[in-house]
Design a protein around this ligand. Structure first.
Ligand code: XMP
Ligand code: MG
Length: 193
């Protein structure tokens, strides 16, 4: 029985209405992006920064696809809390806490995001990293809800354009659930309620 289980299509989770990006499609796309990143950052000793928690799955797969390994490549994570209020008060609405306290000064940064929606979070983060003396800041997002953008921000690299629907899986959550699903899918409406 177990011998043949791998040959069967993997049934998706009961709360998922539709799988938009399969595990295989994501894998193939990341393989291509990894090679591009390797080429573009070959001589830049890049600092790859993953935004927690959502980007952790993408980050793990992406960094292993960056071949050949650029000299001096290091990585860290930061926790970015996105805008939840209506408008900002002029205070910082995004916190920037680097997990391992890596210095960004003089570094060529590749910021890894799971998904870009309005773009506000990333715009703020990029600004902060530049203000802290980064030599350059590039953005890679697995998913891009380009239709939802309210600020002038285009990712330097993106996996897929994402329809304007709430998606989960491959690191993305709804109330911290579904992050571990190996694909990206749309939640059934009843799961929001
Ligand atoms: P902004 O609007 O600043 O926000 O670009 C980006 C953040 O919004 C969250 N987000 C989602 N999370 N499924 C999710 O699980 C989605 O469809 C979705 N759309 C936006 C996410 O936290 C991202 O970092
Ligand atoms: Mg979230």
């Amino acid at each position: 029985r177990q011998l043949h289980s791998h040959t069967r299509a993997r049934a998706h989770h009961k709360d998922i209405q539709e799988v938009i990006f399969t595990a295989d499609a994501i894998k193939e796309r990341i393989k291509v992006m990894g090679r591009t990143i390797a080429e573009d950052f070959e001589e830049k000793e890049p600092l790859i920064i993953g935004t927690l928690n959502g980007a952790f799955v993408f980050m793990a797969d992406l960094v292993r696809s960056i071949e050949p390994l650029p000299t001096g490549l290091t990585m860290d994570f930061l926790r970015a809390s996105s805008y939840t209020g209506s408008t900002t008060t002029g205070q910082d609405a995004v916190s920037l806490g680097m997990v391992s306290k890596t210095s960004v000064r003089g570094r060529h940064i590749l910021l890894v995001e799971d998904i870009i929606d309005t773009g506000k979070t990333l715009q703020e983060l990029c600004g902060r990293l530049r203000a802290q003396g980064a030599a350059s800041v590039a953005v890679i997002a697995l998913l891009d809800k380009a239709a939802r953008r309210t600020v002038d921000l285009t990712p330097d690299y993106r996996g897929f354009e994402c329809p304007d629907e709430f998606v989960v899986g491959y690191g993305l959550d709804f109330n911290e659930l579904y992050r571990s699903l190996p694909y990206v899918g749309v939640l059934k409406p009843e799961c929001y309620l």
